[in-house]
Design a protein around this ligand. Structure first.
Ligand code: HEM
Length: 119
């Protein structure tokens, strides 16, 4: 189902303890620094940017995987399981332990991230 960006904005509360959304000098969501800045996530290569990513997520990025809705929804449902599957490596590790199991909530958050992304 198509995500609802307004709902996603509310649901992003679950993420902002660790993630900010910052476009240069423009802070869209003031958040924590435990996780990477999620500004411009849609279409961005995974595990690449100004953050000390874990080796597993960085390795997925080296394969060229870019975030789309399906990968995003699967990742946030269980980041470690997603990394294991992508790398075909049962020892893969995630620096994100938080899980958002509800796929509708994840689709809403994706729609919100799209809505605050550059064209
Ligand atoms: C990474 C989304 C909640 C900590 C990521 C990435 C996404 C994401 C898409 C990969 C970013 C990239 O490749 O550049 C979300 C969403 C959340 C959420 C949508 C809420 C529903 C949290 C929470 C924490 C957290 C609550 C901390 C307790 C991290 C960390 C990473 C990460 C540390 C880096 C993972 C690694 O390098 O292995 N998150 N996150 N996230 N997130 Fe979250």
């Amino acid at each position: 189902a198509e995500g609802d960006a307004a709902e996603g904005e509310k649901e992003f509360k679950k993420c902002k303890s660790c993630h900010m959304i910052v476009d240069g000098d423009n802070t869209i969501v003031k958040g924590g620094k435990t996780g990477p800045n999620l500004f411009g996530l849609p279409g961005r290569v995974a595990g690449v940017g100004d953050f000390r990513y874990g080796n597993s997520l960085a390795a997925v990025g080296e394969t060229g995987l870019a975030w789309d809705e399906a990968e995003f929804v699967a990742y946030v449902a269980d980041p470690k399981a997603w990394l294991k599957e992508k790398l075909d490596d049962s020892s893969a590790k995630s620096k994100m332990s938080f899980k958002l199991r509800d796929a509708d909530d994840a689709a809403n958050i994706w729609a919100y991230l799209v809505s605050v992304s550059p064209e």
